[in-house]
Design a binder for this molecule. Sequence first.
Ligand SMILES: [Zn+2]
Length: 254
Amino acid sequence: MSNAIMPFEIHKNIFFVGSKRVSVHVFKTSAGLVMLDTGYPDMCDEIIENMQKVGLDPKDICAIIHSHGHIDHFGCTTKLKELSGAKTYISRIDNEIANGTLNLSWADETGYPHTPFVCDVLIDDGDSFTIGDITIRCRLTPGHTDGTLSFFITMQDGSIAAMHGGIGLNTMTKKFLEKYNLSPSCMDVFREGLHALKSEKVDLVLGNHAGQSDTEGKLTKVLAGESVLDKNEWVRFLEQQEQKLDTHRAKEGF
Ligand SMILES: [Zn+2]
């Protein structure tokens, strides 16, 4: 079965260029293209082709921002940086994974080689960046990793797109926590983060995996000429994640 999803403009100047395996988003700004996550190491050609299909030149990427330090989110960073000269961003905490100090990149679990990189800008909780005519506000929402960031992106038309940077429970299993000597308290901070984010006003939810935010459903809407903006989607999304976490904890016996 193909993992491909047709690349498309989700909302004005927000593009999906990833696949079913992992999301890659691009924001078109007056200063160039801002990329959010770069996929698995073997997705570089696919991402470049997808960008070209929607009329974006990978050489125009001026910033690459990472949701967290896992191999499926920074796999093509080095290659895309070489191609474009983009500045790279990650949380100060997950930089320890990105630069190879901590062996928690999920590379061992997926069989990919470690591909550490030196990041240009280290993000702290609450940092905000204006890149061209968009603004990206970052909130630390640990759990999936210690340095997972969530993003609130104010677009040119005033709409706010948001991404929770890590909701997978794959790093919150007994097996994983024991293997890397990590504390189960990550599940408590994860839940607190989900709760705290509910007060954010969001018009569009972006998932860092396509299934999280019904990317394909949004594609269908876009193809039908419908808007994908929905002021209720964000809270609905966060509540679903809380329920999933509770079910998971009960199953894992935490
Ligand atoms: Zn991850």
